[in-house]
Write a protein that binds this ligand. Structure first.
Ligand SMILES: *Cc1c(COP(=O)(O)O)cnc(C)c1O
Length: 223
């Protein structure tokens, strides 16, 4: 087995184990930023379909190279408003919607034949100055604005908690996200995705209710 095959098998086993422990499914988003198309192709050959990218131009180049494969592409990095058209045209999911200004251009540019763009709202759950994401208080208005656009489909929430060395603090941030997610679900029955957890902490995230984890370095090696 190649090293990526070994890593993929191990991560899948750990993910299944922790999901079973907590009694809900959890799916893997493979974060392929900075890695070549060949690395994506290798994981696709093992059955992985969902890939996350941070940079629009880099993602478009890989999508072109891998056009024959049936992959699902998520933008997980911050979105500049001048990139809304490319994202609407070429991605399946946007996980980093964090301000009202992006909504109208995404809806306007979404090609009808692709169906609605799946949207997660990113929350800046630890209120970090350096991080994108909306404040929890902005969530209701943002959710309503996304839900009002037929070209967008509100699917849930995403966050990147502060990388506290104290895992109890990370866990508390995941739990706050889960509470916000449950509130959102109460208002929008189509909400089904809580994207939390990365290579270092995905098991904690699943323990607190995450059902989509975003894993890069543990699958593809250090960047
Ligand atoms: C890079 C990145 C990841 C993956 O991080 P790893 O620590 O390499 O698993 C997950 N989510 C976001 C938003 C990222 O930018």
């Amino acid at each position: 087995m190649s090293s990526s095959e070994t890593a993929f098998t191990e991560i899948q086993a750990r993910l299944r184990h922790v999901a079973a422990q907590h009694g809900h499914p959890a799916e893997l988003l493979a974060v392929s930023k900075t890695k070549p198309a060949a690395a994506v192709r290798a994981l696709a050959a093992l059955g992985q379909r969902r890939f996350g990218e941070n940079y629009v131009q880099e993602a478009l180049a890989k999508q072109r190279e891998l056009a024959g494969l049936d992959l699902e592409w998520h933008l997980i990095g911050p979105l500049q408003s001048n990139k809304c058209r490319e994202v609407a045209e070429h991605f399946d999911w946007l996980q980093s919607l964090d301000r009202p200004k992006l909504i109208a251009p995404l809806a306007r540019w979404r090609p009808a034949e692709r169906g609605p763009l799946n949207v997660l709202i990113q929350v800046n759950i630890d209120d970090e100055a350096s991080k994108s994401g909306c404040a929890p208080a902005q969530l209701p208005a943002l959710a309503a604005a996304v839900a009002a656009e037929p070209q967008l489909r509100l699917r849930g929430l995403m966050a990147i908690p502060a990388p506290h060395a104290d895992l109890a603090l990370r866990r508390a941030a995941f739990a706050r996200m889960h509470a916000l997610y449950r509130e959102l679900q109460a208002g929008y029955p189509g909400v089904d995705t809580l994207s939390l957890g990365m290579s270092e902490d995905f098991e904690l995230a699943v323990a607190e209710g995450a059902n989509l984890v975003r894993i890069g370095s543990a699958l593809f090696g250090a960047r």
